[in-house]
Every structure is written in structure tokens, then in C-alpha cells.
Design a protein around this ligand. Structure first.
Ligand code: ADP
Length: 188
């Protein structure tokens, strides 16, 4: 049973790789960012609350995220395994996930940190902003997201290293190469 968490800064390629691997391995791809963007697009109450935070590059408050994840992990397609992409994103969310997984009697095998230098991240995100028109992919918000990543998400690297769950993959390589290395992590 494969259950993975993808950590890594914005622009590291978590989403791209998670989609590919989930498809190849029959896993549910759970992206909190995608779920939030869908809520914003549909003008749901959650979307309306989340939009301002997302546009500023801040984390959406945990209270909004945790129910969403609990609900998602109760859906039947998660039974054959999953990849969590963009969650947890701070220590409080990681603690919540530990509790939730204990409750639903699931474990998480590995936490992958996709490592990419800042200058490469910024270049990728600026390009994505131009190509896809994502409203948080402008330079000011990108810098804020990187800062938020360093302050709030990067501490999870220690959190999972201490539990001996962390695997680091170099995300600054050709896409197929990254996919191949991630596939090895799954097979190990
Ligand atoms: P990226 O990794 O490029 O920042 P995401 O799609 O993962 O893209 O996230 C986009 C935005 O959605 C974040 O900047 C944040 O506002 C919000 N978001 C996504 N996941 C979470 C989460 N687990 N907790 C809080 N906010 C989140």
C-alpha cells in the first residue's frame, strides 16, 4: 500500500509529479491547492473565505483545511493508496494528520522532499504565471509564498527526518528523471 506525502517549495513540481505517479500507480492524488482552487472557481463558502489568503500567498487557516482533508480521505478512491500534495504545510497540520491517520487506521510510508534551488523555483513560477494565468503566480506573491514555505513548511523536513520518514529527491533535473526517482521511492 503506497501512501506518500509530497513536501517541497512552490514550483518544485509536486503537482506535476503527483499526477503522473498517481495515474501510473493507481493512487488517489490529493492536492489541497487544487481543491481550494476548485472551491474558489465554484464560489463556495470555503472558496470565498480562502481566496484572499491564496492571492496574497498566505496559508489558508488550518480550520478551513482540516475538514476538507478529513472528508477527502474518507472517500473510497483513497483505499488503494494516496499521494498528499501540498498538505501538511505546517506543524499543526502534520499533527492533525497523525491523529487522523491513527483514527482511520492508516499509516504513511514516506515523505518526499522535492528539492529545488530558489532561483529555479522563481523562474518556473513566473513562467507558469504567464502560461496559465494563476493569480498567485506573480512575482510579489511568489516571494511571499517562498517565505511562507521557509517559515512554516520547511520545519516539517526536521519533523519527518526525526521520524525517519523523509526521502530527498533532487527536483532540479529533467522531469522524466524526477519521475523515475520517485517511482523508485514507491517501489522500495
Ligand atoms: P504551490 O505549491 O505552488 O504554492 P498549491 O496549489 O499547493 O501551490 O497552493 C496554492 C495556495 O493554496 C497556497 O499558497 C495556499 O494559500 C493554499 N493552500 C494549499 N494547500 C494548503 C494547506 N495545506 N494549508 C493552507 N493553505 C494551503
Amino acid at each position: 500500500m503506497t501512501r506518500l506525502i509530497f513536501l517541497g517549495p512552490p514550483g518544485a513540481g509536486k503537482g506535476t509529479q503527483a499526477i503522473k505517479l498517481a495515474q501510473a500507480c493507481g493512487l488517489a492524488h490529493i492536492s489541497t491547492g487544487d481543491m481550494l482552487r476548485a472551491s474558489v472557481a465554484q464560489n463556495t463558502p470555503l472558496g470565498e473565505k480562502a481566496k484572499g489568503y491564496m492571492d496574497r500567498g498566505e496559508l489558508v487557516p488550518d480550520a478551513l483545511i482540516l475538514d476538507m482533508v478529513r472528508e477527502r480521505l474518507s472517500q473510497p478512491d483513497t483505499k488503494s493508496g494516496w499521494i498528499l500534495d501540498g498538505f501538511p504545510r505546517n506543524v499543526n497540520q502534520a499533527g492533525f494528520l497523525d491523529q487522523l491517520l491513527a483514527e482511520i487506521k492508516q499509516g504513511c510510508d514516506r515523505v518526499v522532499n522535492l528539492d529545488v534551488p530558489d532561483d529555479v523555483l522563481i523562474a518556473r513560477l513566473v513562467l507558469r504565471g504567464q502560461q496559465q494565468g494563476r493569480s498567485d503566480d506573480n512575482e510579489e506573491t511568489i516571494r511571499r509564498r517562498l517565505q511562507v514555505y521557509r517559515d512554516q513548511t520547511a520545519p516539517l523536513i526536521d519533523y519527518y527526518t526525526q521520524r525517519q520518514q523523509l526521502v530527498v529527491v533532487d527536483g532540479d533535473q529533467p522531469m522524466q528523471e524526477v519521475t523515475a526517482q520517485l517511482q523508485k521511492v514507491i517501489e522500495d
